[in-house]
Design a protein around this ligand. Structure first.
Ligand code: FEO
Length: 397
């Protein structure tokens, strides 16, 4: 089935045949303000092979791009590196249409595909280090378990030096251009992707990077399932991932807060000035207007988290609870911080925030609170809180 969508050549034998999702603005709770891509790759070996598919509604776009290179029915092998539906959604229709000789996935991938599609398609499990003979070429598999799902797998087209890394080294960025050197403003989106998707799996990421380095593996191209294909900065993105995974604190603090009548906001501003006076960069993010996934991104390259909440019905403010619940799941290590807030009578939220930060493993000192509207003494206390966190940060970094 030909159509208007064209493949993009990556190497002599590898073509990008994915889809661009310009519309998506929320990827299961992660704000995708610049959209995303679902990358699939066609390897034109003796046995034409497709690596991953696209989210189901984009199937026809993928098929059209494949058809611009070859008859889709010429595809003999299909590799599923990852069963999450943004990459496997097109798989059932594809298999039904082209009837490939083989569909392969990791051992966990076979189970996950079955649990998603409840189908009778035989999927061959491949092990870590196993190879698939494509005739002229070999495709080697590396288990990438928990980077970021149990089934995650990398595939390498040996000789060409192309690493198909599924979500690995990806980012949510819709762009009409396919390569990293054409989209040089990628840093924030790559950091956001790491912070929101990979951060909890940082130990696994480091182990995998170590394993690849020990194998002397230096890909010429990294072809992820989201965002640009790395042909200029493959080594750089691998190095950035190692840096992010180590979670070394920097001299930067993120101050998040919400406010009911402006009092907690005043405390946040005073704390930020206290941080700055001690030489620490402060990034202040009001939570009505700052998305949780952007907070996580700022925190990736920071060393402190200060959280302010007013008390409402004996609870922390809902936006603060939302953000803390999200951050807790991301398990950022090596942070210092503090809780603060204004209150009317009970003041329970400040203790709740303090306890939540403690549970997250953030090194917190005494919280700071004030009743109703802060006076000069309360503002001075918030300023001093900022200075104290900055001092703690210097010990940590
Ligand atoms: Fe892009 Fe884990 O799916």
């Amino acid at each position: 089935m030909a159509g208007p969508f064209q493949a993009v050549k990556v190497t002599d034998k590898v073509y990008w045949v994915g889809a661009i999702d310009w519309d998506i603005r929320d990827f299961h709770g992660y704000s995708t303000n610049r959209g995303t891509t679902y990358n699939a790759y066609l390897v034109m070996a003796d046995k034409p092979t497709l690596i991953d598919t696209v989210k189901a509604p984009f199937f026809d776009e993928m098929l059209s791009r494949i058809a611009s290179v070859c008859d889709p029915k010429a595809i003999r092998y299909v590799v599923s590196n990852h069963s999450e539906l943004d990459h496997s959604g097109g798989l059932p229709r594809l298999i039904n249409l082209i009837r490939p000789e083989k569909v392969v996935a990791s051992t966990m991938g076979v189970k996950a595909l079955q649990a998603h599609f409840h189908w009778d398609v035989p999927v061959q499990a491949v092990k870590d280090g196993e190879k698939l003979d494509l005739g002229t070429d070999q495709l080697a598999f590396t288990e990438a378990r928990m980077v970021h799902w149990p089934d995650s797998m990398f595939s390498t087209l040996e000789g060409a030096g192309v690493l198909f890394s599924n979500d690995g080294f990806g980012m949510h960025l819709a762009d009409s251009r396919r390569f990293d050197d054409e989209t040089p403003d990628w840093h924030t989106e790559a950091a956001k992707y790491y912070a929101n998707i990979l951060l909890p799996f940082s130990d696994t990421v480091l182990a995998l990077l170590d394993k690849l380095a020990k194998a002397g593996f230096a890909p010429k191209f990294i072809a992820p399932d989201h965002g640009p294909i790395w042909r200029k900065d493959a080594a750089k993105i691998m190095s950035l991932w190692a840096q992010w995974a180590r979670q070394k604190p920097t001299n930067k603090a993120v101050v998040i807060y919400d406010t009911m009548w402006g009092s907690t906001e005043l405390l946040a501003r005073a704390a930020a000035d206290g941080l700055a006076s001690a030489g620490t960069k402060a990034v202040v993010m009001p939570l009505r207007g700052s998305h949780r996934s952007d907070v996580a991104t700022e925190l990736l390259e920071a060393g402190a988290l200060l959280v302010g909440s007013p008390t409402i019905n004996r609870q922390m403010f809902p936006t603060v609870a939302d953000c803390l619940s999200y951050l807790k799941g991301l398990k950022r290590k090596n942070l210092t911080g503090a809780a603060f807030g204004s209150y009317g009578w009970g003041g329970e939220s400040i203790k709740l925030v303090h306890d939540a930060l403690t549970e997250m493993g953030v090194a917190v000192g005494e919280p700071m609170k004030c009743q109703y509207v802060p006076d000069q003494a309360a503002l001075a206390a918030a300023y001093a809180l900022g200075q104290k966190v900055a001092a703690g940060l210097k010990q940590l970094s």
